[in-house]
Design a binder for this molecule. Structure first.
Ligand code: FRU
Length: 474
């Protein structure tokens, strides 16, 4: 779908937007697609004071389809502009979708690297070892809104011979005077890994090395981010094909990170144990960028591919999925901590200490002097239970097939809970653990109920304002 085709269907899009307006499950302080479907955040960057948030976007259907890059901008993380889609599939190397990619800023220009998806349909293919092209493509932009041309940098034949056709989602970083590109991959033995390419000029790339685990950990690693936080290196990625193990790896696909020690020159590395970034139902394809203040900011897709549970209530209104709240990352002893961006506290209106909590948009904070066990009824059938050091998020009928997710905690010190119209994010112990989920409640509770064996240090909740979303027409 090129830009012309997209523009010729704006009436259709306006109809969808009208239908969406009647949806009681629209999110108020999260980014959703203006119409249709959204998945991964892409190309995140701050350029000249403007944060650019691009995302995988299918504007005319609430289901998986042809991908464009949709586009929001924000200067303060409270007010957003809904911009015209940035990237369209319009060359033969990306004709079946402009897939995920990222941004790298160099000399007053943004370099965007993404995957051009091509699917052959002339005969029968398995689409694993054949039938698919995943081209790595570069575009350069001086403003984040326009670019001149697309340059194909790497094709399937440029990836190592033992790779399947699944090599995608480039991310770029600089280390000791070299540029590196990391790509998620599946090899021909169905082993998940990431590939690293090296470049001196950001345009010519040579294969450098591969990273995987000593023992197979899934068949495909999607959306890798190699990042340094507080002097520690982490490989964030989304491995597919991991079996559930007790309360761990409960989702169909995983979203987490490996602590990493790596010597790029010697091509040597030591990879730590995989840690789940989030223990909720709806979390995938997170992307991290460094803003102009130097903060590491993460946004994720508040959704997951191929899940059994559904988002039927919103699909009926012709939209599906959202992005998570923006989160700042910190690291302590090989563990990532996520906390909602400080700007989000500007959404707070009234401060309350009563247990009457009947707002659509709330932030609830608990801190504990001591906590042995409890049950907290949050909204409709949503509960948090803590017992024997296991914290359980229980959605029951609000989950539309999402029942419960659990996490083990050595102790429980604090909970910061964000409830939007149809989502919940729970930041536990200053973001050491997080639960992110969609939920579809019929009623807002008038009372928060908590019972158990605990001593509160503090309890406060806030009504939150909606994000302000303007039309960013230029
Ligand atoms: C992850 C993903 C990426 C791909 C994109 C396509 O959700 O499958 O690997 O680039 O979505 O929309």
């Amino acid at each position: 779908m090129n830009k012309k085709e997209y523009l010729s269907r704006l009436d259709e899009q306006n109809k969808i937007k009208k239908l969406m307006k009647d949806d009681k499950y629209l999110l108020n302080f999260h980014l959703i697609p203006p119409s249709g479907w959204l998945n991964d955040p892409n190309g995140l960057c701050e350029f000249k004071g403007i944060n650019h948030i691009y995302y995988q976007y299918t504007p005319f259907s609430a289901e998986w389809g042809m991908k464009l890059w949709g586009h929001y901008t924000t200067e303060d993380w409270i007010t957003y502009k809904d911009e015209e889609p940035f990237l369209f599939p319009d060359i033969k190397e990306d004709k079946d979708g402009v897939y995920s990619g990222s941004a790298f800023i160099k000399d007053d220009e943004i370099y965007f690297y993404y995957t051009g998806n091509v699917k052959y349909t002339d005969k029968k293919y398995n689409y694993i070892s054949d039938g698919r092209e995943q081209n790595t493509i570069l575009i350069k932009s001086k403003d984040g809104f326009s670019y001149k041309d697309k340059k194909v940098l790497l094709k399937n034949t440029d990836y190592p011979k033992d790779m399947s056709c699944h090599v995608r989602d480039p991310q770029i970083f600089e280390k000791q005077g070299n540029y590196y590109m990391i790509l998620g991959a599946r090899d021909l033995d169905d082993i998940g890994c990431v590939l690293i390419y090296q470049s001196k000029d950001l345009e010519n790339w040579n294969y450098h090395m591969k990273i995987t685990t000593p023992k197979k950990f899934g068949y495909m690693w999607e959306c890798p981010n190699l990042i340094e936080i507080s002097g520690q290196i982490f490989l964030i990625c989304c491995p597919q094909g991991i079996e559930q193990d007790g309360i761990n790896y409960a989702n169909i696909y995983q979203c987490g990170y490996f602590p990493l020690e790596i010597d790029f020159e010697r091509k040597e590395y030591k990879i730590g144990k995989f840690i789940e970034l989030d223990r909720g139902f709806d979390i995938y394809a997170p992307q991290v960028f460094t803003d102009e203040e130097g903060r590491k900011i993460l946004l994720g897709w508040m959704g997951i591919p191929d899940a059994e549970y559904t988002n039927k209530p919103t699909i009926e209104h012709k939209w599906q999925h959202a992005l998570t709240l923006p989160r700042e990352l910190k690291a302590i002893e090989n563990k990532i901590y996520q906390s909602p961006l400080k700007e989000l506290s500007k959404l707070r209106t009234t401060e309350n200490r009563e247990i009457i909590c009947d707002s659509e948009n709330v932030e609830i904070n608990f801190s504990f002097k001591k906590c042995i066990e409890f049950k907290i009824e949050l909204r409709d059938s949503i509960e948090l239970n803590y017992k024997n050091n296991i914290l359980t998020l229980n959605l029951e009928k609000c989950g539309y097939g999402r029942k419960e997710r659990k996490v083990y905690l050595k102790n429980l010190e604090s909970l910061q809970i964000f409830l939007d119209n149809s989502s919940i994010e729970v930041f536990i112990n200053s973001g050491a653990e997080v639960f992110t989920s969609r939920c579809y409640c019929n009623k807002l509770n008038s009372n928060l109920k908590f019972i158990g064996n605990y001593i509160l240090k503090d309890f406060v909740w806030y009504n939150l304002k909606n994000f302000k979303i303007e039309n960013g027409e230029r």
